[in-house]
Design a protein around this ligand. Structure first.
Ligand SMILES: *Cc1c(COP(=O)(O)O)cnc(C)c1O
Length: 376
């Protein structure tokens, strides 16, 4: 089976894990946690990084720091993995779903801008926070959100869970322009710690708050004293050990992903699929290489099941949040673009260790599947 996205643990991972066991530091206290945070902050270019047990945990805390809570409204991308919305729900805030734009598949931030202006003119409820997701390794169009923050004081939380290494062409990394940014190190993400996440910010007070909340809001070093309801959201030294080893090879992993994207772009150009977006102002990281098939030629679920039988793992893109049971009656702006992405989108094998030969097989099979059907 050629997998969709498998971690590549061929560097110092085993050595650092051994070190955890040898020294006894297997829990959330230990030298790798701080090293991982320091390395990560330097890698993306922020002042502070706080390691968490998962990307979802990171988002939960980040949203709380940005002011999400009961009676508040958070604008969220409609087309995303459900964790983006669940983290908002944990805070007790309401959600306003915002449709995608076809150019990047990310939140249509111009649509949101116009909607906020319209609502504020009419005295209607406007979002208190925007949570923008950079999906599949492509940065979102951030300018309208910066304008919203400037004009209405709406803070920005970036869900960069899938997009470590993606940047805007001015060199700014995703996750670093909002008030708080979040990353995930789940097993299928660009870099993995088994399960894990990171909160990043340039603001020292937010960083201190985040560190406090992920550690049960503990106020005294050697006593059980707490000043609010915190969370057990710390990353373990074991996870951090993996993370440190993975970060050492980030450039290599990122380069592999870009090569894979480049080859897919080349090898799939004669078959009826649209390549993933690449805006002129974006440096995508191509976490999962995803294409749109013409759904009148073949349904994506057919491609997924047929290629599965041929030993190739692919996967449909997410149903928009407005189709997911917990969010069906959630308020939303648009949703048709997100619907179309779900109707047509599939992700192809994108592991950093995918060989050229395996990739040739994927393209050949896909081409057979799609051209046989288009001739019918
Ligand atoms: C993976 C992911 C998350 C959640 O990260 P976990 O580490 O799995 O909790 C959040 N948002 C998006 C967009 C993701 O892809």
């Amino acid at each position: 089976m050629i997998p969709l996205a498998e971690p590549d643990l061929s560097g110092n991972e085993a050595r650092y894990l051994q070190e955890c066991i040898r020294t006894g530091y297997v829990s959330s206290v230990g030298p790798f946690v701080q090293r991982f945070e320091t390395d990560f902050a330097a890698t993306v270019g922020v002042r502070h990084a706080i390691a968490c047990a998962s990307g979802t945990a990171a988002l939960h805390v980040a949203l709380q720091l940005a002011g999400a809570g009961p009676e508040k409204l958070v604008a969220v991308s409609d087309f995303t993995f459900i964790a983006s919305a669940n983290a908002v729900s944990y805070t007790g805030a309401d959600i306003l779903l915002v449709d995608s734009e076809s150019d990047t598949w990310n939140m249509n931030t111009e649509l949101l801008y116009d909607e906020v202006v319209r609502r504020s003119r009419l005295g209607l409820r406007v979002p208190d926070v925007v949570e923008v997701v950079h999906i599949l390794g492509h940065p979102a169009n951030i300018q309208p959100l910066l304008a919203l923050r400037e004009r209405f004081g709406i803070p920005i939380v970036e869900d960069a869970a899938e997009s470590l290494g993606a940047a805007w062409t001015d060199g700014q990394q995703v996750g670093t322009v909002g008030d708080v940014g979040c990353f995930s190190f789940n097993g299928n993400k660009l870099v993995t710690t088994g399960s894990g996440g990171m909160i990043v910010t340039d603001d020292v007070d937010s960083a201190r708050q985040a560190r406090h909340l992920v550690n049960q809001a503990k106020i005294a070093k050697d006593q059980y004293l707490h000043d609010s309801v915190g969370y057990n959201y710390r990353l373990s030294n074991i996870g951090a050990a993996l993370g440190v080893a993975q970060l050492e090879r980030l450039d290599q992993i990122s380069e592999a992903k870009r090569q894979i994207a480049h080859r897919y772009g080349h090898w799939l150009r004669d078959i009826p699929v649209s390549p993933p977006p690449k805006a002129t102002w974006a440096h995508p990281s191509y976490w999962l290489y995803s294409v749109l098939v013409c759904d009148d030629i073949v349904a994506p679920e057919q491609v997924v099941s047929s290629s599965g039988r041929l030993g190739i793992q692919s996967r449909r893109l997410w149903p928009p949040l407005h189709l997911q049971l917990p969010y069906r009656s959630t308020e939303r702006i648009g949703g048709e673009v997100a619907d179309a992405l779900y109707r047509k989108g599939i992700s192809l094998p994108s592991s950093a260790a995918l060989t050229e030969n395996e990739q040739r097989i994927v393209c050949k099979r896909l081409s057979e599947l799609l051209t046989i059907r288009s001739r019918r």
